[in-house]
Design a protein around this ligand. Structure first.
Ligand SMILES: C[S@@+](CC[C@H](N)C(=O)[O-])C[C@H]1O[C@@H](n2cnc3c(N)ncnc32)[C@H](O)[C@@H]1O
Length: 253
């Protein structure tokens, strides 16, 4: 899977961006069967994953697959709707995280009917429908991730080939998130992107803007929230804080 391959490349090329002693702590949003999370765990022996999905069936399946692959000790599977109010309470105790990965529901609603019949009849369509422009869950992930990630954290998302542009313009209207779109890889079923096939997809890589976030958090009276703030504080108080030890968070906002 291309998303997994890209994450592995980046972890290999930017080891300073992940923990020195442990492997990366990864959040997967919408784990489904656990394919992405478990592939990463099997390739990154020191890593740990928090995998969330709003469907109980997905949580159960990911658990079962983790056990079958003997990876259950390094994964925590949580039933969680990423759009719900409780998302921060559930996830902040695990922050700061190093990576957020997701293959979210991203199909444009108007394209749902063009999906191949085998997909329409076997898949849970809610797991694919991303709303009018396919951005509903993507924007929730982009809003949440900076609050959970460490200052050089990365986000990798599988999206529609039209999404890199949409994500880029959405980020311009949300500068407070301090996220930058730094890479795009596209996979077209034909030789050219037009006409588009339903199987076409892109992977986007976003980086937290380390300096901008730290400066924003360090400005007296700033409304800084989330992992960046916790990181700045703990960097001064206790440089060796571990997973789950940041206690300054009391919510997302
Ligand atoms: C396209 S599937 C991807 C499944 C799996 N990660 C994969 O790559 O095969 C999207 C997944 O996101 C989950 N999902 C959809 N909306 C969600 C939400 N609001 N919060 C958490 N998970 C959600 C669905 O249940 C589904 O398992």
């Amino acid at each position: 899977m291309e998303l997994v391959e890209w994450v592995l490349e980046e972890v290999a090329q930017r080891p300073h961006a992940v923990r020195a002693q442990d492997g990366p702590l990864i959040l997967e949003v919408g784990c489904g069967s656990g394919a992405i999370a478990l592939s990463l765990l099997s390739q990154l022996p020191q890593s740990q994953v928090i995998a969330v999905d709003k469907e109980e069936a997905a949580v159960t399946l990911t658990h079962e697959n983790a056990q079958r692959l003997r990876l259950q000790d390094r994964i925590r599977v949580i039933r969680l709707d990423i759009t719900s109010e409780g998302r921060c309470t559930s996830l902040l105790p695990w922050s700061p995280m190093d990576l957020v990965v997701s293959n979210p529901p991203y199909v444009f609603r108007k394209d749902m009917e063009q999906l191949a019949p085998e997909i329409r009849s076997y898949e849970d369509l809610v797991a694919l429908d991303g709303g009018d422009e396919g951005m509903d869950i993507i924007t929730h992930i982009l809003t949440l991730a900076p609050r959970l990630l460490n200052a050089s954290g990365s986000i990798f998302l599988e999206v529609d080939p039209r999404h890199p542009e949409l994500v880029s313009s959405w980020l311009q209207s949300h500068p407070d998130l301090h996220l930058s779109l730094v890479g795009v890889r596209e996979d077209f079923c034909g030789s050219a992107p037009v006409p588009a096939c339903p199987e076409d997809y892109a992977i986007v890589w976003l980086l937290c803007d380390h300096l901008a976030r730290i400066l924003a958090c360090w400005t007296p009276g700033s409304p800084c929230v989330g992992a960046a703030q916790g990181e700045v504080k703990s960097a001064f108080l206790s440089p060796s804080h571990g997973h789950g030890s940041v206690t300054s968070h009391d919510g997302c906002f």
